[in-house]
Design a protein around this ligand. Structure first.
Ligand code: AMP
Length: 209
């Protein structure tokens, strides 16, 4: 199954994608992770996008579309994938329809107050990408991921100013995709407020796995 995970920052798309990638046996493709890895490696792409990503703005459509086009041309994603964080603009969605046929778009529905609460305490593992939370799900040892021993850090774009910017960008550029995909009959809505296990169960039912 070829899925797109759509929703505001902090909706839990990344966490749910990590769970569903195993259940559906579908590779997880996160454009945010690809950009963060490029930034950490100080590659040409990383140097180009660092300031944009840190500020919570969107990387230009051309760069992002090309990245996804190349990734979706690889053999492991012929039958299935989970696209997490792409598309984020109508132009990206239009481009995607030109090189891949998606089966469903899952819309993670969550109010701003929950988003801000989640993002303001989030820590991410540099190695495995697992999301921890200062209050709701802290790692056993400060700064160390329980899952893989990797270093746990606060994303630059999880700081208050950048979170505000990301929410504005989401409302203006990404939220219109909800109606865009609803009209195409591809959208399924999911309440993203409950705990992760409940959302996984709801998603399984919704996708009939
Ligand atoms: P995420 O991990 O999905 O929250 O993405 C982190 C950041 O990467 C975003 O705030 C953007 O700066 C950039 N990014 C990720 N996906 C896209 C996309 N589809 N289009 C443009 N920028 C993106």
């Amino acid at each position: 199954m070829k899925l797109v995970f759509l929703g505001p920052p902090g909706a839990g798309k990344g966490t749910l994608a990590l769970r569903m990638t195993k259940i559906l046996n579908a590779p997880h493709i996160s454009t945010g992770n690809i950009f963060r890895e490029a930034i950490a490696a100080a590659s040409q792409l990383g140097l180009k996008v660092k300031a944009i990503v840190d500020a919570g703005k969107l990387v230009d459509d051309g760069t992002t579309i090309e990245l996804v086009r190349e990734r979706l041309a690889r053999a492991d994603v012929v039958d299935s994938y989970i696209l997490d964080g792409f598309p984020r603009t109508i132009a990206q969605a239009e481009a995607l329809s030109g090189f891949s046929n998606i089966d469903r778009v899952v819309n993670f529905d969550v109010p701003d107050s929950v988003v801000i609460e989640r993002l303001s305490g989030r820590f991410v593992c540099r190695k495995c990408g697992f999301n921890w939370h200062k209050t709701f799900n802290p790692p056993e040892k400060d700064g160390v991921c329980d899952k893989c021993g990797g270093e746990v850090y606060t994303r630059e774009d999880d700081r208050a100013e950048a979170v505000k910017k990301r929410l504005d960008v989401y409302r203006e550029q990404t939220a219109p995709l909800i109606e865009y995909y609803r009209k195409k009959g591809l959208l399924v809505d999911i309440d993203a407020r409950p705990d992760v296990d409940s959302i996984v169960e709801n998603l399984k039912k919704l996708l009939r796995t």
